[in-house]
Design a protein. Structure first.
Length: 181
């Protein structure tokens, strides 16, 4: 039986092959503790890749090789994944995307921005009180070729706009509170 680490390494190897076969530029990020500043500690989760996309620019990608549930959902742990990935995104000012391996050959990838995962994911509690987001595969963007990668841009605009509006409301509330002092 394949361990979680082995399955993850296989997914990353397939993703590297996919990036190379599609002529995309990338940096594979080492996951050892020595290559990451102690300053960040356990606050942020490092992505697996930085990928340069002509139509978008530089994005961070966290590769997943998870099994799709019977009802066509993927899951992400709220504490160890989502919160830490969003902290990375905010600190480094780089959008983070999840890329789920869609087939054993790694020819199709299902992409979803971390912000969109929060927007469309449904919180589910486990017996051990962990919280996972269940995300329907229909929410992901299916990408098989370099020519299809532009779909990520159109998918990413609305969540970014909503996050910007939400942050503006928070700033306005803080200013209003300060003015009332």
């Amino acid at each position: 039986m394949e361990s979680i680490e082995e399955k993850g390494a296989r997914g990353e190897a397939r993703f590297t092959e996919w990036l190379d076969s599609n002529g995309l530029g990338y940096i594979n990020i080492k996951q050892d503790t020595e290559s990451y500043a102690k300053l960040f500690g356990q606050l942020v989760k490092r992505p697996d890749y930085l990928v340069l996309l002509e139509s978008i620019g530089l994005i961070a990608v966290d590769v997943k090789n998870y099994t799709l549930s019977r009802d066509s959902h993927y899951t992400l742990d709220l504490e160890t994944e989502i919160k830490k990935v969003l902290a990375f995104e905010r600190l480094f000012k780089l959008p983070v995307w999840y890329a789920y391996m869609g087939d054993e050959q790694g020819s199709t990838w299902y992409w979803l921005s971390a912000l969109r995962a929060v927007e469309v994911g449904k919180a589910t509690h486990t017996k051990s009180d962990k919280i996972f987001l269940r995300i329907a595969r229909k929410e992901f963007v299916s990408v098989s070729t370099r020519q299809e990668i532009g779909r990520l841009w159109s998918e990413g605009i609305e969540p970014a706009r909503k996050m910007y509006e939400m942050e503006n409301r928070v700033v306005e509330a803080i200013i209003a509170e300060k003015c009332g002092e």
